[in-house]
Each structure stands twice: as C-alpha cells, then as structure tokens.
Design a protein around this ligand. Structure first.
Ligand code: SF4
Length: 348
C-alpha cells in the first residue's frame, strides 16, 4: 500500500480514494475567468487543482484563488526555484517540482526545508518532454524516468521529508505504465497517474484510459489527472469516468446501451442522448445505479442483465424491467419519461 500524504486537507495514498486532480488553463491575466474555471472544476469533482506558477505576479492570483475555492492548490513550478518559495508563502498546499529543470541540490534542499516547515506537499513530476535526448525503446525511457525520480526523492528523504507524491508521464501508454511500475517497485510514495500531451479528444481519452487504467487495475495510483488538448472540465469528467468504470469510485448513474442492429426499431442514438441529458439533471444520480436502454426485447433484457433497471424497445412500445423482471409496458413516445420515473422510484 502507498504511503499517506496530505495536500492541505485532502489526503491521498494509503486507503484514501484515488483523487481527481484538475488543472486550470485560463491565462493568469484573465483572473475572473480563471476563478470561474477553478470553481467549475471544483463543482465537477476536482479534489486538488493545479495551477501554473510561472512568475512573481502569480502570487496575487494564487491568493485570490485560495479565497474563492475550497480544494487544495498545487503550484506547478519549472526552472525558477524562487517561485517555489513564493508559492509556499502564498499559502498553496502543494508544489510540483520538475527534477529536469530544478536540480541544483542546494536549492532543492532549501525548498524542501521550507516545505517541511510549512507542511507543504511536494510532487516530484518527471515528464518525458523534459529530456534532451532520444531513447531507443519505451523501456529505456521508463527506466531513465524512474531513475531521475528516484534520485530526486532521495534528496528529499535526506532532508527528512516524506510528504512526496510522484508523477511519471510520457505521451504514450507503454512508457508511462513501465515508468510507474519500475518506480513503485522501489518506493511507496503516492503516484499521480496520467499520460501527458495526449493529443486531440479521442486520442486523449483512449490514451488516458489505457495508461491510467492498466496501472489502476494493478493497484497502482493514488491520484489521476487526465490531460487533453481540450477543456479542463472534460478532463475531470473523464478522470471520474475512468475510476467509475474500473469500479474504484462512484460518481454518476451509468448508462448501458446496445450498439443497435437490424432488430432495432427506434432511433436509439437519439433516445440515449436525450436520456443522458435528463439523467444528468437529477441530483440523485450520484447514487450508484446502472440503467440499460436496449434496442429490442429479443436480446435487450438479457444483454442488460447487469443493469439495475432497463428499457427495451419493441414494435412501438417499450418494456421496462428490473434485472430480468418486467415491471411496465409503455408506449414508445412515453418510454423515456416512464424510465426516468422508475429510476427515481428505485433511488428512493
Ligand atoms: S439489444 Fe437488440 S437491437 Fe440492440 S444490439 Fe442487441 S439484438 Fe440488436
């Protein structure tokens, strides 16, 4: 089991749930928009929020953000070690140090002494993009990343500092998985998982799901940050979805729907989209429930057996069932309304 580490009031590692990490993307000069983005992430489920901390002016932004949101903030620091001190002075609960660009041992030791004094957690974040050389295989890259992280962690440990989180990210699945595995064989610090620079939406979702999914399934990973060339809100949503579909955490009602085939007599794609919008409006949906919407009564109930409640369409009608038991026959145009009603009843 990984070691428990606190980032402000949020604990990760040990028996804590895998934490969702969000990242604000608005340029810091647009402060109102930035605060709004952070609030949206918090509402969406981010439990830790990372901010880019790249110049002295960011102290003011960090202070404003701290007043407006309730989840801990982690400052992402690169190159300039002085910023680490400023972020800690601003009251941020965590800092991310990049071993590939803040590496002077005496400066690292000074930062760590301050972090220890202020009880600030430190994420040692190694990204493959920081290397100035090419690697002939994913394994060689992974080994180098794990070594860089290990050497850095040892400096922190020499200072008697153990509030460490580690992230090892590349832009591909294999080396990310390998790097985390290799590192975790030597240390039990909490790992923040994620694949970085994943590309457009579809590529990002698949890479993130695979990279984090493989590691989480093997019991590794204490926090997850999905990285997309897209909205920060979507990143948080996908992180939640990954955790839910691995059965690690529960955030929303899960819809199971069939791929449709020649037996399907309705526009199931439209129906499922409509149902999804409706179910997202319900407050109760954070309760664990699986709802199936299937295109026919021939195979629908059987295929949806794992669902708690389901709807299978037939000739101008819908059959609502709980597990394999039929509870209502309804008209096609009333089917979604009736299904929502049954979901409400089931959640009461
Ligand atoms: S549930 Fe029916 S319509 Fe949907 S894929 Fe299966 S057989 Fe086809």
């Amino acid at each position: 089991m990984s070691r428990k580490v606190n980032i402000g009031k949020v604990s990760l590692g040990g028996k804590n749930p895998v934490r969702i990490v969000g990242m604000v993307k608005t340029p810091s000069k647009e402060i109102k928009k930035l605060v709004k983005e952070a609030q949206v992430l918090e509402r969406e489920g981010a439990e830790i929020i990372r901010i880019a901390f790249k110049e002295k002016k960011d102290v003011q932004i960090a202070k404003i953000l701290k007043k407006e949101i309730n989840v801990p903030l982690v400052a992402d620091i690169h190159f300039n070690w002085e910023l680490a001190f400023l972020a800690m002075e601003a009251g941020l609960e965590g800092i991310r140090l990049n071993p590939l660009n803040i590496y002077k041992k005496n400066k690292v030791r000074e930062i760590i002494a301050e972090a220890k004094k202020r009880k600030v957690a430190v994420r040692v974040g190694v990204n493959s993009g920081g290397f100035k050389k090419e690697f002939s295989s994913p394994l060689k890259l992974a080994k180098e990343m794990a070594k860089v992280a290990s050497d850095y962690v040892k400096i922190l440990e020499e200072e008697g500092f153990f509030d460490i989180i580690v992230s090892l990210k590349t832009s591909e699945v294999k080396s990310t998985v390998l790097a985390n595995r290799i590192f975790s064989q030597r240390f039990n610090y909490p790992l923040q998982l994620g694949v970085t620079a994943t590309g457009p939406y579809l590529e990002g979702v698949v890479k993130s799901s695979m990279g984090a999914g493989i590691l989480l399934f093997q019991g590794l990973g204490d926090a997850l940050r999905v990285s997309l060339t897209g909205s920060s809100k979507e990143e948080v949503r996908i992180a939640k979805t990954i955790l839910q579909f691995l059965g690690i955490r529960n955030f929303f009602a899960e819809i199971i729907s069939c791929p449709t085939c020649g037996r399907c007599k309705v526009d199931l794609i439209k129906i499922v989209e409509k149902f999804k919008k409706e179910i997202e409006k319900m407050d109760e949906v954070s309760l664990p429930i699986k709802i199936a919407i299937m295109g026919c009564v021939v195979n629908g109930p059987g295929e949806a057996y794992q669902a708690d409640i389901g709807l299978a369409f037939g000739e101008k009608r819908g059959t609502i069932f709980k597990k394999n038991r039929i509870i209502k026959i309804t008209k096609e145009d009333r089917a979604i309304k009736d299904l929502l009603e049954e979901v409400r009843n089931a959640l009461q």
